[in-house]
Design a protein around this ligand. Sequence first.
Ligand SMILES: Nc1ncnc2c1ncn2[C@@H]1O[C@H](COP(=O)(O)OP(=O)(O)OP(=O)(O)O)[C@@H](O)[C@H]1O
Length: 335
Amino acid sequence: MKLDIDDVSSGAALSRASSASLGLSFSFTGFTMPPDEIADSRPFSDDDIAEDIEAGIKKRKLQTEPTLPIYLKFTDVTYKIILKGVTSTLEKDILNGITGSVNPGEVLALMGPSGSGKTTLLSLLGGRVKEPTPGGSITYNDQPYSKFLKSRIGFVTQDDVLFPHLTVKETLTYAALLRLPNKLTKEEKEKRALDVIYELGLERCQDTMIGGSFVRGVSGGERKRVCIGNEIIINPSLLFLDEPTSGLDSTTALRIVEMLHDIAEDGKTVITTIHQPSSRLFHKFDKLILLGKGSLLYFGKASEAMVYFASIGCSPLISMNPAEFLLDLSKWKHK
Ligand SMILES: Nc1ncnc2c1ncn2[C@@H]1O[C@H](COP(=O)(O)OP(=O)(O)OP(=O)(O)O)[C@@H](O)[C@H]1O
C-alpha cells in the first residue's frame, strides 16, 4: 500500500477513499497495474495432487481444458437505484466510486458491514445487474461485458437452491449434463462431475442425499462445496461467491477459502464477499476491498490493510482479529 498523492492524480492510483466521519480524508494507491500479459494458464497434469485437509486424503486436481485467464478491473463504479413511493420518488446511492482489480490466480474478498453494498458490487462485477445501468467502468481483459463472458462466469449465490432428494453425485452429474457444451460426450460430462467431486473432496459423501428441512443430508460445509462444484464444473474463468462461509464454523470456513485458493491457482479469478472472517481466514485472501456505506475504505493487499490504517492513525488499542477491527472501523464510517 502506497500513500502517494501524486500517483493518485497521475492516474497510477485508481482508488480513493474518504471518511468524513472518521475525521480523515485520505487517498491511496492500492494495487499494481496489470502485467503486460495476463499470466498464462497452465494445463492440468496428472501430477497435480493436493491434500484434502478435511478428509486427510490426497485429492485429484480437476482435469479440464486450460482456463481462459481473465483480468478484472473496475474503475469508479457507482450504482444508484430509484425508490418509487406513493407520493414521491427518491434516488438512493448504493455504491460510490469503487475502484479495484483482480488477476487470475488471486482471491479478492469484499468485506464490510451488512448493507454496505458487497452483494451489489459482486452482482455488478458478475454482470448480473443491467438496470439501472451502473456508472464507471468494469472491464474483463480490458473489454466490456459481453454475452461471451456469460459462459466464462460462475456465480455462487448466498441461497443456492439444490434438490434435497438428489445425492451429491447426482446433483453434480446433472449439472455437468445440463451445463457443459454439446461437443463433450455424456461419458466426458460424467467424468467431469466425478473430477469435481474429487477436486472438492466430496468423495466420502458422494452418495449422500443433499437433504433439506425435512430430509437429513450433507453437512453445511459439504453443501457449500456442492454449490461451488455446480459452478466450477463449467471451468469458469471468473468465479463469484456471495458469502460462501456464512453459517459455517471457523475451521470449515477456512477449508472453503483454502479450496477457493486451489481453484484460483488453476488460473481462475475468484471474488467473494465475506461476512466476519476469523483472523486465520482473513490472512488467506490476496486482495481486500473494505466497504462502508457504499464507499471504498480500502483496496489493496489484505496483508497490508492494517499497516495502511495504522499509517493514517487508525490502530486497535488491543491486539485483535484484523477483520474484526476493520469491520468496526467501517461500521464507524457506516454510522
Ligand atoms: N434493488 C434494491 N432496492 C432497494 N434497495 C436496495 C436494492 N439493492 C440494494 N439495496 C440496498 O443497498 C444496500 C446494499 O445492499 P447489499 O445487499 O449490496 O449489501 P450487503 O453489504 O451485501 O449486505 P449483507 O451483508 O447484509 O448481505 C442496502 O441498504 C440495500 O437495502
